[in-house]
Design a protein around this ligand. Structure first.
Ligand code: MEZ
Length: 527
């Protein structure tokens, strides 16, 4: 059957499907499904890390190789600083901007360095919303319980408690800065339901929530005149020789030179790992998402937590080719969009947790019930026209303008036709170990946002990332600023790099590959 005939099947089966309420799986069924189909359980894609704080732990090959990579900085590198600051924040996404703004407001001498332009990040691409318990029938306790259940009970309770309790004050802060969250007719904030949540808790700005939040945060960084260095990628940390962080080396991507920053405190907010294309998956992530904080913190001796689990968002684009891997927001399923296989059948409750939904899609495709494109890709349908049928004409235009436009650019009208989707690498569930202030076990080194680990357990719920960024951005910014007041600048050394090299040699790990990756290879040769 060609693609058009397959699409017709989606239209023909719509009424029949609407009459069926697809049940959620029992915990035992969910576990069995995930073990069989989720990419986290493909043993052949994993190996043990050879040395360092997580020696012997298993992670995907791509991450293990980067963690064991050599520093790009030679031992005799000149460490004369070009900048000397109280707080160096690395990363210009949500967590980095929040950290820099709070540290600056606390009176610190801050430098905000970012690999690409201010705002280039996964935060700006976040579509479906931000979970905060603000509705009268909701509470931080309920938010805590939903998140714990979604994370398979493996979340760090202290981090999670901190996040859900501070949510309402973050909403207040963003509103005061000017974020235009969607509102009900009576003027109250409008909340939507996300997968795995028992309550409607998502604050949204249509389907460009991250873009709207970042519009305001970027303006604020510029208005407050927070010192900013764009195209400055972090490639090594510096230590005092006794295990405390004292700065970083940046690579100026514009002028191909190095910049040494002496910093009393350092906050890494460099985001996730999507551009490592783990297990060959396409990704919803921006080009700079290459796991830099994981590599640098690890080299300095900080353990990583839950670094064997990744989130494959159920709905990444499959067709057209230009949108392969691009996010198709969970919001569409939250508003009733069905997932439909090549036989015109639903096969999962679309609002189950992401790991369950993704595993079900992979099962359908592996067992021959997927839809194949002319280029050989496979996926299942997301019945987008159903939203206008269910909620009235104009629903997609009103609630999902970004999605309508994203597909319209390539001649696909999602109001008329369903879209083909397949799981896309979206998020690292684990990351660098932090405490409730965002500090790592290495003194004066903080990590905020996706780069950190523990909060989300083994599966993050929709909308918890944007809140994570704001809560731990704020906490790291304030703590680092306060800490810096009582510190004098420590020595700048590469002692930890020397020690790491010795350990690599002891484990006979070749030093041919340097890390962090900074940008994926396919972005480097554009002439
Ligand atoms: O938190 C997310 O990952 C999110 C809101 C994504 C989406 O589907 O829109």
């Amino acid at each position: 059957m060609d693609i058009t005939a397959q699409q017709n099947l989606v239209h023909q089966t719509r009424d029949e499907r609407r009459a069926i309420d697809f049940p959620k799986l029992s915990p035992a069924e969910r576990d069995a499904l995930i073990k069989k189909y989720h990419p986290d359980h493909r043993g052949h894609a994993y190996r043990s890390i050879k040395f360092g704080p997580n020696a012997g732990d298993s992670t995907v090959m791509e991450v293990a190789t980067l963690l064991e990579g050599d520093s790009p900085i030679p031992a005799d590198f000149n460490l004369t600083p070009e900048y000397s600051v109280d707080v160096l924040v690395v990363g210009g996404g949500g967590a980095g901007c929040a950290a820099a703004l709070h540290a600056h407001a606390a009176g610190s001498n801050v430098l905000l360095a970012t690999k690409l332009r201010l705002g280039d990040s996964n935060s700006v691409m976040a579509q479906g919303g931000m979970q905060i318990a603000v509705a009268p029938d909701d509470s931080p306790v309920q938010h805590f319980l939903d998140t714990l259940k979604g994370g398979h009970m493996k979340n760090d309770h202290d981090l999670l408690k901190t996040m859900v309790e501070e949510g309402p004050s973050i909403a207040q802060w963003l509103l005061e800065l000017g974020v235009l969250f969607d509102r009900q007719a009576d003027g109250n904030l409008h909340v939507k339901k996300g997968g795995g949540s028992s309550k409607a808790r998502l604050l949204t700005c249509s389907d460009y929530t991250g873009l709207e939040i970042m519009r305001v945060l970027k303006d604020e960084v510029l208005n407050q005149k927070v010192p900013l260095l764009e195209f400055g990628a972090v490639i090594e940390l510096l230590s005092d020789g006794a295990g405390t962080c004292t700065g970083a080396v940046l690579q100026d991507l514009d002028n191909k030179r190095h910049i040494v920053v002496a910093a009393k405190t350092v906050i890494l907010a460099t985001g996730g790992i999507g551009r490592l294309h783990i297990q060959g998956f396409p990704t919803s992530n921006h080009y700079g998402a290459t796991g830099d904080a994981l590599v640098l913190a690890y080299r300095m001796g900080v353990p990583l937590v839950q670094i064997d689990t990744f989130q494959y968002h159920p709905s990444g684009g499959v067709y057209p080719e230009q949108l392969v891997g691009a996010l198709v927001t969970e919001g569409i399923r939250s508003e009733g969009g069905h997932l439909v296989n090549a036989h015109g059948e639903r096969f999962v409750n679309e609002l189950d947790t992401r790991d369950v939904v993704s595993s079900s899609i992979i099962r359908e495709c592996e067992e021959g019930r997927g839809v194949r494109t002319a280029s050989g890709r496979v996926g299942v349908w997301l019945d987008t026209p159903l939203l206008d049928v269910e909620h009235g004409p104009g629903t997609l235009d009103k609630h999902f303008p970004a999605m309508v436009r994203q597909y319209e650019r390539y001649g696909v009208d999602i109001r008329k036709d369903p879209v083909l989707i397949y799981p896309t690498l979206h998020y690292q569930n684990g990351g660098v170990k932090i405490d409730v202030k965002g500090e790592t076990p290495v003194g004066n080194l903080f990590v905020a946002g996706e780069a950190s680990g523990g909060l989300h357990g083994r599966n993050r719920l929709m909308g918890n990332s944007l809140l994570d960024l704001m809560v731990f951005g704020k906490r790291t910014g304030l703590t680092a600023a306060e800490r810096a007041k009582s510190l004098s600048q420590g020595k700048l050394t590469l002692t930890h790099v020397e020690q790491f090299r010795e350990e690599a040699q002891r484990h006979q790990v070749s030093s041919e590959l340097t890390s962090p990756m900074v940008l994926p290879a396919y972005t480097r040769h554009v002439s």
